[in-house]
Design a protein around this ligand. Sequence first.
Ligand SMILES: NC(=O)c1ccc[n+]([C@@H]2O[C@H](COP(=O)([O-])OP(=O)(O)OC[C@H]3O[C@@H](n4cnc5c(N)ncnc54)[C@H](O)[C@@H]3O)[C@@H](O)[C@H]2O)c1
Ligand SMILES: [Fe+2]
Length: 382
Amino acid sequence: MKVSEFKTAGKLITGLGAIKALADEMTRLGIKDCAVVTDKGVSSSGLLEQVLALLPYPPLHIIDDIPPEPAVNIIEAKLNDLRENKVDGIIALGGGSAIDSAKVLAATYDHSGSISKLFGENTLSERRLPLIVIPTTAGTGSEVTNIAILSDPKAQMKKGIVSHCLLPDVAIVAPEMTKTCPPSITAASGIDAFVHALEAYISVNASPITDALAEKALKLIFNSLVHAYNNGENLAAREDMATGSLMAGLAFGNAGVGAVHALAYPLGGRFHLSHGMSNAVMLPHVLKVNAPFCQDKLYCVAKLLKVCERHHSKDEAIKLLLIAIEKLCRDVDIPASLTPFNISSSCVGELAEEASKVTRLLRNNPKQLSIEEIEDIYRLAF
Ligand SMILES: NC(=O)c1ccc[n+]([C@@H]2O[C@H](COP(=O)([O-])OP(=O)(O)OC[C@H]3O[C@@H](n4cnc5c(N)ncnc54)[C@H](O)[C@@H]3O)[C@@H](O)[C@H]2O)c1
Ligand SMILES: [Fe+2]
């Protein structure tokens, strides 16, 4: 067995009503004058008000306008505003966009220099501000990962900052916080979570621990996403999705994600497709190319998700799995191709060139892809 390290947030508090632990956790971490980081969609859904009512002291600063898929220059401006306030902790409330922004703000509060210089791995050494995160989507798993993803408008790319400093002190995963999530966000972020579990499971860095987490996450998400999509008030489905996306985050935060994510990045950076949507559209196409290189793992997934019968061969079971995944995407109204997004197939060469630079993720993929193979996958997506 290979030596591996398991990274997660300092403490996980989960389950319906977990949000009530917020005040105690702030006291434990010595947070009195906090900044709350969220976005307009989350605040207009009433969640911000709900969380503000739980704080032991009023917040010193509120950032409530983090845009979806935030750009690095916007976070730099927010950091300047934040530094004018002597805050002693950060509470993030939102989906991956608000959480990633808060992770970067907390880690760079005492850091001089521009945030765009921090893209890459281990570029930060210390975070002094305590950080509590509360996800409202299910989701990115960002509450337990050491990654923050920002758009780099100059490079027209989504880029990651990877550092132990980005692991939150506390993640509070309260499924009721996702009830107001609109169906389209439930679908895209839910498929993103499914991709996290699947890519972690077939990653070359998978371990028995990440496999166990990924298997449970795959089952929970596969069986609940459509129910959460069709009826946002279905609390049982929301609970399974919240747990599934958390477990998927724990799996991929340690085993990594692969080519689906690498090929999704340029779609976000160049064409502003959301992270969830770009992953969801690329998933079936990348999986077809990966399948021969992770047959045993995909066979396990097919059996786990009960999409095949005992008499089916391994090949047949994998075909049935691919059909079931395409159906899952269809059932939550995710387009099967890039055509509805007004992306021209003439961009395939540029997209492939950009995706091929995401070596941080491509190296986790069960098949090492050449730039020509990446181009072929994009062509399949038109
Ligand atoms: N750090 C990581 O490990 C990691 C992993 C995957 C994705 N990401 C990043 O996360 C971002 C995407 O995050 P996301 O998919 O969670 O979406 P998001 O945070 O961008 O939110 C999408 C929209 O949904 C709204 N919303 C979120 N929760 C809501 C709720 N409960 N009620 C009403 N509206 C709600 C928001 O206001 C926003 O308009 C991308 O930038 C992506 O790159 C990070
Ligand atoms: Fe993702």
